[in-house]
Design a protein around this ligand. Sequence first.
Ligand SMILES: [Zn+2]
Length: 502
Amino acid sequence: MEDVWIMDYGCSRHMTGHRKWFSSLNPVSTKEYITFGDNGQGKVLGVGSISLSAKLSLREVAFVWNLGFNLVSVSQLLDEGIEVGFKKGVCRVLDAEETLVCSLLPFGQVFRVDLTFVSGPTRCLVASPSADIWKWHRRLGHSSFDLLVRLSSMGLIQGLPKLKAEKELVCHPCRHGKMVATSHTPVSQVMTSYPGELLHMDTLGPARVASVSGKWYVLVIVDDFSRFSWVFFMEFKNEVFGFVRDLVLRLRNESHKAMRAIRSDNGKEFRNSRFENFYRDLGLEHQFSSSYTPPQNGVVERKNRTLVEMARMMLDEHRTPRRFWAEAVNTACYIANRIFLRAILGKTSYELRFGRQPSVKHLRAFGCRCFVLKKAGNLDKFESRCLDAIFLGYASSSRAFRVWILEANQVVETCEVFFMKLCPAQLLPLSFKVMMKKAPPSLRMRKVRLMLVMQEPLHRLQSLPPLLRALMMMDDSCLRLPLHSPDDKLKQRLAPLRTQER
Ligand SMILES: [Zn+2]
């Protein structure tokens, strides 16, 4: 048995009784004992690292006096972000990048680590990830890699580093999001000569689900010259007038150049006496796009499509609940204004409107996890200083971030946000995989009914419960699952959650 490693669900850590396996071994300073299944005890002599194969290394392995076996702890693997799954009687161990690390073969009632195994990646989403281009691809609403490279080489955006084009970059959310091919007819001429001269507007909706604040519709307004856009969220379509009036008046105040016209479709929300009176008072012309040729009325429709597409990919990436669609559309608009390039004018929408370059230094990936600092004051000495939150975009009137605080189930705007630094591979969508049906009978006897396997290393995520809670809130399907953990340690951590199952 000394050359066989066994996958064990019961043990809390990797352990062996054979010194020869260790590549490094440190003595332990305190007396530590391991209790075995037969209630016997083994003294821990040291802790060290073991390299089982080129791809599978074990850290923090206990060297236990008189232990006849070599055990790989499943829970410790899970903690390190390694995934363990079963398929047709074979157990497969995958690392955080979903590369097959080793496979396990049935060995009596247990699984044995197959050390002869050598393989290439089973599934690789990221062919040759370049940290920067991935980071910015996600922060900038999954905009195309080509655009990112072009923008970075033109130096039109502050805070955007030089990005290199990489071959075969495939982004998962993008694949899902960009199901419908969009045809962008390039516009070869500029019809207007200054920002605010002509505004295009259109409404979108109703959405399938109401947003968190109870909105169903979006009003999208695009400035023809800069293609700078605004989005407003509405419960009813007749709220359009209020938003248009406020924006028109604001733009008139901002610029000394006169607004000339508004262009919309024939929708009732745009064609009514309130609008007629308002336009007449300001001397604005109301153009109806139906009477124009498609390339001209397409401005706002194209923008709609872009925003919806970006929003969908942003929601997809971290599986943010659909009720945050308005936050996603709002963020998409915020990003689009900063990175949309009017190629013919060689500037971004933002620069065309404000006369200065946009900065993207503060941008973060929508839906990513973050922490919000609690207000000092009535904090207990041992109470956590941080609240777990999900990033939902940018405040419209300040430099604050919009975040969803999980514990309070509340969306707030705050500057006190900390983001987790993740490397590109870990930025792959979080996924909890349920592997229950395929567990062999021997494991089922041990009450392994469900395994939660995650792609992000646990030790980077500080604690499991808040994360699970977040995922449960995000994905309703999680709520129905019985949470039976293969291991006591994990079970303890899951206990507070189980009471919250609705
Ligand atoms: Zn993408």
